[in-house]
Design a protein around this ligand. Structure first.
Ligand SMILES: [Zn+2]
Ligand SMILES: [Zn+2]
Length: 464
């Protein structure tokens, strides 16, 4: 073995270790950037345990003194029993994140809550009222010596299954048959708060006979993908995107007819109007149902990037592979790669060469091939981009044609209403339009304004 001075000096660690002078433990949250990111409830419980304190003491002594609210410490403990208050989209969650970030000197603890989704997901019906857990996850973490924690995903009401084991989440202790409050004074991760029994169990014993549906698993994976979004991607989430996506769906699927879209989605017409106008946000479950219906990704739906991924024909969920590990979950979009590359190339080239109308999207090609469009983009980026450009141009052109048609129709309706002695109000005009959803476009609105102005000036000229 050759040892010279240079090697010895190089092996020295001369960097100064980072020292955190945080008041409480600088405890790292688990799973940030993955679908199984920890919840704030779980973080509070682990933080308390790391100081050999119970949860009640941590909340009463340390956290509540920072949160300047009228509520006393006892109140903080009682509101912490609501999952929505701690992990949700409201001010209590915001206050807790703020206080915990100061006490632990960990930034981005808001990623352990649903705070960054407040523009697109309403708080109503979002969280469970009691704890739910996957016994197999607990069992595996314990056997591997990993930290026990509760993923944020387990707390969401719409999540019924563990994405890793594909078994139902459990919300009653198998020993005492009681449900567990989300946080209590003596809360302990992995154990029943009432009888203190271990909640883990091997996967084979845990409801092996209950079969999970593809749709349920798709929902869990969609939410998992949402939770993996980076802070900068989360900035793109907005209610405006969501209403624009609904308008786009109405235009594409039912030619702007909201009532017909409501029938197709099996939701009341008025409800869809409220979502469409941006007055009310759809519940998380409703957004998931819309996405599932049109085979959209929830992330694209919220970030406004649906565009050419829209698939209007009858759809099937993408083919799944058995039991993905949680690390695979985020990359599940590229599953189903076992297709014939030659056949795929042929399809893409044929699609590109044919001038037949109307062109189809890369998603549609992918659907017909039985794979995900991202797989096609991975192997044939140039062909896919070329097809996407053709399809986008086609979409733009047909959109313009629709807008032109509406402008013309609006002018005719204004004249018709005037002739009938009625003022051409927006409500009356919309009621007579073939594609009322298009009235939100600037061009159509201007056409309406202009038609009214023209009519007024003609009327005044005609006055004796
Ligand atoms: Zn599990
Ligand atoms: Zn129990």
């Amino acid at each position: 073995m050759r040892v010279d001075n240079l090697e010895v000096y190089e092996s020295w660690q001369v960097s100064v270790p980072t020292i955190y002078h945080s008041y409480l433990n600088h405890l790292a949250p688990i799973g940030v950037g993955t679908p199984l990111v920890e919840s704030l409830t779980s973080y509070i419980a682990r933080l308390a345990a790391s100081h050999t304190m119970n949860v009640g003491t941590l909340l009463e002594r340390e956290i509540s003194r920072l949160i300047e609210k009228k509520c006393g410490a006892t109140h903080l403990l009682s509101i912490s029993r609501f999952l929505g208050a701690v992990n949700g989209v409201g001010s209590t969650s915001q206050d807790l994140v703020w206080a915990l970030e100061r006490l632990t000197m960990h930034q981005d603890l808001n990623l352990l809550t649903m705070l960054s989704f407040s523009d697109v997901i309403p708080s109503r019906n979002l969280f469970r009222s009691v704890r739910a857990w996957c016994p197999a996850c607990y069992q595996e973490w314990q056997e591997r010596g990993n930290s026990l924690y509760e993923p944020l995903l387990w707390l969401l009401k719409v999540v019924k299954y563990c994405p890793v084991h594909q078994t139902p989440l459990i919300d009653k202790c198998s020993n005492c048959q009681h449900s567990n409050p989300p946080l209590s004074r003596e809360f302990q991760l992995g154990f029943c708060s009432r009888c203190h029994t271990w909640l883990g169990q091997t996967a084979s014993k845990n409801n092996a006979s209950i079969r999970v549906t593809e749709l349920e698993l798709w929902k869990v994976e969609s939410l998992g993908a949402l939770l993996t979004l980076t802070p900068s991607s989360r900035e793109k989430l907005s209610a405006t995107n969501l209403t624009q996506q609904l308008s786009m769906l109405a235009n594409e699927v039912t030619e702007g007819n909201i009532a017909a879209l409501a029938r197709r989605l099996k939701v009341p017409k008025n409800t869809l109007w409220l979502w469409h106008s941006g007055e009310v946000l759809p519940l998380l479950e409703s957004s998931l149902n819309i996405c599932a219906h049109f085979k959209l990704s929830l992330v694209d739906f919220f970030t406004g990037e649906v565009g050419e991924s829209l698939d209007l024909d009858n759809w099937q969920l993408p083919k799944r592979q058995p039991s993905p590990g949680n690390a695979d979950l985020a990359s599940s979009v590229v599953r189903g790669e076992s297709f014939d590359l030659k056949v795929a190339r042929c399809w893409l080239e044929r699609e590109l060469s044919q001038s037949e109308h109307p062109p189809i999207s890369v998603s549609e090609v992918a659907r017909r091939l039985g794979c995900h469009r991202r797989v096609l983009y991975k192997y044939f980026p140039d062909l896919c981009s070329a097809i996407a450009v053709i399809y986008k141009n086609y979409r733009q052109q047909s959109h313009q044609e629709n807008v032109n048609y509406c402008c013309q129709q609006v002018r005719e309706i204004v004249v018709q209403l005037y002739a009938e002695g009625q003022y051409p109000s927006e409500g009356r005009v919309v009621a007579l339009m073939d594609k009322p959803a298009l009235l939100r476009y600037e061009e159509v609105r201007s056409a309406l304004q202009l038609a009214r102005t023209d009519l007024r000036s003609t009327a005044s000229l005609n006055k004796p």
